[in-house]
Design a protein around this ligand. Structure first.
Ligand code: FMN
Length: 357
């Protein structure tokens, strides 16, 4: 375990913020599977929170069983960031997290997300304003830099520490990498070696043994997992089992299918009907990764015009698999080439590993 100020993170494995996926329902499901010491919300727009109250309410909502929970905010205006952070504290969140890594054009153009890595004076003003507005712990999530000519994670760490930030999460890619190539765990190790505050390492933990490897190779206090959990919600528990016992039980196809059906039905109960179909297509697309004949299933799910058609496609697929005889265990699903996502409620995500504009 480790501590972020007075908040105990135990186990030291963290569910990363993933827009369009890690809403309260998903976070509760992952937490319920075990092994997860901290969950972080999807990024919430501080413009949306402070100008159009209510529009971002679904993003900042959380359940008691998620605790400890961090709510992530993004923006470029220090006063609005501070006001939004105070709102998050008022809602009862355990931690406020500032997004300094989002590569999406819409966020960057407004001066937020990874754009802050190019505007350290603004970043510092934001950190100070937010720090002054809340008493709960403050964390920041960064990339290693804007591009490979401007890697500045150590400078960002120093600013964060000077401003009273309580912990830092670093994704070992630059903004220009988007999601391409391999995450650079070397820069994560370097940040940890220089840090006085706890550091969470992030990037490319896809298999049960990967978290332990990141702890060993970088010395981080916590490991944060994103895409791997979107396709394998058991991944955090498997990492924890592997760390504590040297083994991790595989999850059977049957279990994955049952989880997927039940979860997607809950999504339909909880989200407004107008967005339910789009949401289950996205989440179902990730959860079915690694299934035999998964691409065909995804084609059918995406073609569905109603939620009834969607669940018919799923039931037909399951019947076919059951007919063929089940019971085999699945290897951890591989991540999607494109980062495994398409868009988000507030922020259109386009993380296709393309070079920046
Ligand atoms: C679809 C998608 C949405 C994401 N949304 C967020 C977000 O809202 N806030 C954030 O800080 N990072 C976001 N990320 C980045 C992840 O938190 C994480 O840093 C990244 O995926 C690398 O970790 P991984 O290799 O474990 O996935 C997103 C990533 C993806 C693929």
């Amino acid at each position: 375990m480790f501590k972020i100020k007075d908040v105990v993170i135990d186990p030291p494995l963290v569910l990363a913020p993933v827009a369009g996926h890690t809403d309260s329902l998903f976070r509760r499901a992952v937490k319920g599977l075990g092994g997860c010491g901290l969950v972080v919300s999807e990024l919430a727009s501080t413009e949306g929170m402070t100008r159009r109250q209510g529009r971002t309410a679904h993003i900042t909502r959380f359940g008691e069983e998620e605790r400890p929970v961090a709510i992530q905010i993004f923006g470029a205006d220090p006063a609005r960031m501070a006001a939004a952070a105070a709102m998050v504290e008022e809602m009862g969140a355990d931690i406020v997290d500032i997004n300094c890594g989002c590569p999406v054009k819409k966020v960057v153009r407004q001066g937020g997300g990874s754009q802050l890595l190019r505007d350290l004076r603004r970043m510092e003003r934001i950190f100070r304003a937010v720090r002054g507005a809340i008493r709960v712990p403050l964390t920041v999530k960064i990339r290693s830099g804007w591009d490979h000519r401007s890697i500045n994670a150590l400078e960002v760490l120093r600013i964060a520490e000077d401003c009273g930030v309580d912990a830092l999460a670093i994704h070992g890619r630059t903004r220009s990498d988007f999601f391409s190539g391999k995450a650079d765990w070397g820069i994560i190790a370097e940040v940890k070696a220089h840090a006085r505050i706890p550091v969470m390492g992030n990037g490319d933990v896809f298999a049960p043994g990967d978290a332990g490897r990141m702890f060993r190779e970088t010395g981080v206090d916590g490991v944060m997992l994103g895409r791997g959990v979107m396709s394998n919600p058991w991944l955090i528990r498997q990492c924890w089992d592997y760390l504590t016992t040297g083994r991790a039980a595989a999850v059977s196809l049957e279990e994955r299918m049952e989880f997927m059906s039940a979860f997607l039905r809950r999504v339909c109960e909880e989200v407004p009907p107008a967005v339910a179909l789009g949401k289950i297509k996205k989440v179902g697309g990730a959860l079915s990764r690694g299934f035999p004949g998964g691409a065909q299933l995804r084609g059918k799910m995406h073609a569905a015009r109603t939620t009834a058609e969607f669940f018919d496609a799923l039931a037909g697929y399951y019947d076919g698999l059951r007919g063929a005889g089940l019971g085999q265990a699945l290897a951890p699903a591989a991540p999607a080439e494109d980062g495994g996502h398409s868009d988000a409620d507030e922020v259109e995500h386009d993380h296709r590993g393309r070079p920046p504009e």
